[in-house]
Design a protein around this ligand. Structure first.
Ligand code: FE
Ligand code: FE
Ligand code: ZN
Length: 261
């Protein structure tokens, strides 16, 4: 993964900890971990972002679904200790009709149990991803994210997904300063640790969550120019989740780097 990232001009990358649709993770290959750490150091690779599987739902109504979420996150955090200082991003969850309040309670209590079971403080920073608000997703509203963090009392961070916040109704194209001001007042910009850079196929507030290539969607290239140059964002690691192949990502990285003033 490190070599692939470097080959397309990336200095960070995101990866799934296991099959994104769920299941067991591959056994750890310690030799591979050691060679990655050496390679990352030699090539200036920044924070790696591990993404939890999509099927992880801490707010599920089925106890087995919640158990899978809890076991998976704990296992992922243990494995991530092999690559110290990583980021771990997860979708807060979908309350599936139980209501946002119940969802927030389930998510925050699970996070507390996971950190308790972990024992020592993980070297990984756990990030809640801002969601588009599709279906019964929790975490579209900045206030819900703040509520989860507050109830845990844990040093959690946030990953801002540009497609998701746009689809969620936050106008990052028309009023980036306004949205970041609201983020700051509600959550605190000190919690913001990563950006998922995606354009959106749909209109502001559509709650659809369909990612588009950078500059090809409704957010548009001019907005991305402001995003990559914004003083509160420009030093954060950016991760692409656009519908591209490797060559496409190489071109998007060059495109975004070209926008930096
Ligand atoms: Fe995600
Ligand atoms: Fe994302
Ligand atoms: Zn998405």
């Amino acid at each position: 993964m490190g070599q692939t990232a470097v080959s397309i001009g990336a200095n960070v990358f995101q990866f799934f900890t296991r099959n994104p649709r769920g299941g067991a993770a591959k056994p750890v290959d310690k030799t591979d971990v050691a060679s990655f750490l050496e390679y990352a150091k030699a090539n200036g690779i920044g924070p790696i972002l591990a993404h939890a599987p999509y099927t992880l739902n801490a707010a599920g109504s089925d106890a087995r679904v919640r158990e899978f979420a809890e076991m998976t996150m704990l296992d992922d955090l243990k494995r991530l200790e092999l690559t110290p200082g990583a980021l771990y991003n997860f979708h807060p969850g979908s309350h599936v009709g139980q209501g946002a309040e119940k969802g927030i309670e389930l998510i925050s209590s699970m996070l507390k149990r996971i950190f308790d079971a972990f024992g020592a403080e993980p070297s990984t920073t756990v990030l809640l991803e801002t969601m588009a608000g599709k279906g019964s997703e929790v975490g579209r509203d900045f206030g819900e994210i703040r509520e989860i963090i507050d109830r845990t009392g844990l040093p959690l961070g946030v990953c801002l997904d540009t497609c998701h916040v746009w689809d969620g109704g936050y106008d990052i194209a028309g009023d980036l300063d306004g949205v970041l001001g609201e983020f700051d007042r509600t959550i605190g910009l000190d919690r913001l640790k990563a950006v998922h850079a995606n354009d959106s196929m749909n209109a502001l507030g559509s709650r659809k969550d369909r990612h588009e290539k950078i500059g090809k969607g409704k957010i548009g290239l001019a907005a991305f120019e402001r995003i990559v140059n914004h003083p509160k964002l420009k030093d954060l690691p950016f991760y692409l989740e656009t519908p591209c192949d490797l060559q496409g990502y190489k071109e998007e990285i060059a495109l975004l780097k070209g926008l930096v003033k």
